[in-house]
Design a protein around this ligand. Structure first.
Ligand SMILES: Nc1ncnc2c1ncn2[C@@H]1O[C@H](COP(=O)(O)OS(=O)(=O)O)[C@@H](OP(=O)(O)O)[C@H]1O
Length: 350
């Protein structure tokens, strides 16, 4: 039996021909078995959706998107929209178009809202801002869908790109993707928002002109420079008019950026209701950090310090002359009133 075994014959397979022919047959069977194992493994891998990820551009982030290891990260650098991670994602589930998007506004509190939502087990959100509908639309809808994290049945896909709210072409483009999408707009007093916007630009630009030099065409007459984006973004009523040509008001949720700071759990109740989610995020999830002056997320198991947003959120603002602030307030007042009327909500900025 020993020579027979060496030649590829088994004790339990007496019908196998011994000698060189038997060895070849055994070799053939082994390679057939290995091929089948490989094919089944690949088939299973593809059924779980993983093999699609190697398509060109699927995992590559758009310009300005930083890719970091998975999970929500609070290191943010937002002038380019680049921050956080692309989702690590499980190998299971499907990549779908978002059912809800935080479309604005820049410096409104959009990062805080998205990070709070990511605590919810039924929310899967892209960490970075994809800027698809304003900057990368020519890459096509499949490119966009492939950026999304995988979702299981019952989970919703989300993203946030605050510049969508003020980009004229975006409402029509989103409408063409989905008429049923839910749209969230975090709004903040347009004067504070403009100063926040300016503070961010100043943190990245050497020798930037003063706020008043940029905000006013003529300081003595108090004429506002509406072509400066930091001013223009705050004319919410004007931007909303454009959106309402495509979506009814019922598709929107307007979130007060101020209340998101002062009462995050109540705001999150509204947001979860609007998204049709179970109220999982409650006051248990928040801790007000006195040093930072903002709410931070508590770790679910209470271990370790609460997670606060990074240094680029909650920057100290420069002092602006009171008269200039009054001029700006006066400028925004009629637009704010119109916005309150359109949304049926008084945000209390006046
Ligand atoms: N929890 C918490 N922590 C820190 N900051 C918070 C928080 N909630 C709301 N905010 C406010 O969010 C402002 C930044 O808004 P955005 O995240 O929309 O900015 S961005 O458009 O994405 O750059 C940011 O503006 P600044 O204070 O001017 O930095 C904050 O006021």
């Amino acid at each position: 039996w020993r020579p027979a075994l060496l030649m590829g014959c088994g004790v339990l397979k007496p019908r196998i021909v011994c000698g060189p022919l038997g060895a070849r047959r055994v070799q053939q069977k082994v390679s057939l078995l290995l091929t089948m194992i490989f094919l089944f493994t690949y088939l299973f891998y593809c059924l779980s959706g993983s093999c699609c990820d190697s398509q060109p551009g699927v995992r590559s982030a758009p310009a300005g998107l930083s890719v970091a290891p998975g999970g929500p990260s609070y290191s943010v650098s937002l002038a380019t929209g680049g921050e956080d991670s692309l989702p690590s994602g499980s190998a299971f589930g499907r990549k779908t178009f978002p059912q809800a998007i935080i479309v604005g506004v820049k410096k409104g509190g959009t990062r805080a809202l998205l990070e709070y939502l990511r605590v919810h087990p039924d929310v899967r959100a892209l960490g970075a801002e994809p800027h698809f509908f304003d900057r990368f639309y020519d890459r096509g809808l499949e490119w966009y869908r492939n950026l999304m994290p995988r979702t299981l049945e019952g989970q919703i896909t989300m993203e946030k790109t605050p510049s969508y709210f003020v980009t004229t072409e975006v409402p029509e483009r989103i409408y063409n993707m989905s008429k049923d999408i839910k749209l969230i707009v975090v709004v903040r007093d347009p004067v504070t928002r403009a100063i926040s916007d300016y503070t961010q630009t100043r943190s990245k630009t050497d020798s930037l002109a003063s706020f008043q030099a940029l905000a006013f065409k003529n300081i003595s007459t108090g004429t506002i420079n509406t072509s400066w984006s930091a001013v223009r973004i705050g004319i919410y009523a004007k931007h909303l008019e454009n959106w309402l040509q495509y979506f009814p008001l019922s598709k929107f949720l307007f979130v007060s950026g101020e209340r998101l700071v002062s009462d995050p759990s109540r705001v999150m109740e509204r947001v979860q209701d609007f998204l049709g989610l179970k109220r999982v995020i409650t006051d248990k999830h928040f801790h007000f950090n006195e040093t930072k002056g903002f709410p931070c997320l508590k770790k679910p198991d209470r271990s370790g310090a609460p997670r606060c947003l990074g240094k680029s959120k909650g920057r100290p603002h420069p002092n602006i002359d009171r008269d200039l602030l009054r001029h700006l307030k006066d400028f925004y007042r009629p637009y704010n009133m119109k916005f309150y009327q359109m949304t049926g909500q008084n945000f209390g900025w006046d």
